[in-house]
Design a protein around this ligand. Structure first.
Ligand SMILES: [Zn+2]
Ligand SMILES: [Zn+2]
Length: 118
């Protein structure tokens, strides 16, 4: 869903109330964690009653869906921001496409040490 990509080299550390992601160098596995972003869940009583009201007449039960969509949207934004910041700390190899820390990357060749020495 994200515009930006960081391959599979990140972990989602998010909880119900905080969004946080951990990015790792593909070679030495040095990790960087994005600053936690608090998520203020809307009062569930309100969204549930809204959902219940709009469901009247249709017979549809959409309880809980409203909150989930808001959470997913907020999480996508938080991930975008985290990836953007991670891009300042990691470098993408133009050959293998993976992400590496300063130590495992040769800026002159825009390649990771792996590909550079291969
Ligand atoms: Zn590294
Ligand atoms: Zn590479």
């Amino acid at each position: 869903m994200s515009r930006l990509t960081f391959g599979d080299n990140f972990k989602d550390l998010s909880t119900d109330h905080t969004f946080q992601f951990e990015f790792t160098c593909d070679r030495c596995h040095k990790a960087w964690q994005s600053p936690p972003v608090p998520y203020d869940a809307k009062p569930t009583t309100r969204s549930v009653s809204n959902a219940a009201e709009s469901a009247v007449g249709t017979g549809a039960v959409i309880e809980g869906k409203v909150g989930d969509a808001a959470y997913e949207t907020a999480r996508a934004y938080a991930l975008d921001a985290a990836v953007e910041e991670a891009m300042w700390r990691f470098n993408q190899c133009r050959l293998c496409g993976n992400w590496f820390c300063e130590k495992c990357f040769d800026r002159n060749y825009v390649m990771c040490v792996h590909c550079r020495l291969a």
